[in-house]
Design a binder for this molecule. Sequence first.
Ligand code: 5AD
Ligand code: SF4
Length: 348
Amino acid sequence: MLNIKEITRLLKTRGKEAYALRNQAYAVKVENVGKVVHLRGIIELSNYCTKNCFYCGIRRENKQIERYTLTTDEVLECAQFALDAQYGSIVLQAGERTDPRFVDWITFLLKEIKKLSKDRLGITISLGEQNEKTLQTWFEAGAHRALIRLEASEKKRYTQLHPNDQDHLYEKRLEAIKLLRKTDYQMGSGVLIHTPEQTAESMARDLLFLKSIDVDMIGMGPFIPHAQTPMGYAAGIDLDEQLQWGLNMIALARLLMPDVNIASTTALQSISPHGRESGVLSGANIIMPNITPQSYRAKYQLYNGKVAIDENAQASRDALIKSIESIGETLGLDAWGDAHHAQNRQNK
Ligand code: 5AD
Ligand code: SF4
């Protein structure tokens, strides 16, 4: 296995050498999870958030955005769209909330979506830190994969990216991720890639950490500054460099963890029009098309320049299929597309 020194060196490669690294990772992807890209229609349920992460545009203290929560009918229409579009799976994502009203609403939505799709849609939750009881309730209601990004695997850096208070405890976040393994969820995590002053060695540690907790799925994207946040000072950052770090991180994640699901995230596409395809060609096998109703998209700006804000869901579906086929991949339509790693883990 690659050691930290080698990973660090490879993360720093650019040009021809980076191209070779990504090609190698792509070959490992094809060999282990096939020439297939699985889709998850992502529904951004609400931009209310009780947290205040320094990097994020929908943090609690950003008073400049209008807050929204989709109606139940709107969510179910999105789910119906995903079903008709043969996406196979959806992700329910929102700012973090743990109040009973929210928890009950999610439980209700999960059951309704399972009903309307006759169990054809797989459901991933991306709803932050929750307690065991809530996770169990949501699992029984129909969610079977969960994604909680650790954002930074080193405590020191985690505390630089988050306020120093009870709502943002490194230990608690780590516990929440490990709880997913205790319950029956397929467990996903990830990090913010190349935050200000982060070294390549620190990024290598992030990757080794994800491997050490035995994740089934990885969702990670490069840090992109948002002006209305405490990290807006990084506005001048070189976005092409962020893309290069992002692609190299995907490639190394694939080399280190050959059978997990790895998302080619929206952040890549926001930097480059072909960012998502480049992600797949660097080893990713999951794309998450945004299916949130168009009128809400601009209000879910986690970072400046987030794409697909004015593209409708049907138009993006057509464009996506074309672009995926153009790189010689097929789409895993109508399939849940669970991580091979989860299967292999359970067989062990
Ligand atoms: N740049 C990139 N990704 C971001 N996220 C939040 N803010 C940013 C940003 N400025 C990501 C976080 C979070 C996910 C929902 O969005 O990693 O987990
Ligand atoms: Fe809330 Fe997540 Fe943004 Fe943090 S990253 S402020 S938890 S939506």
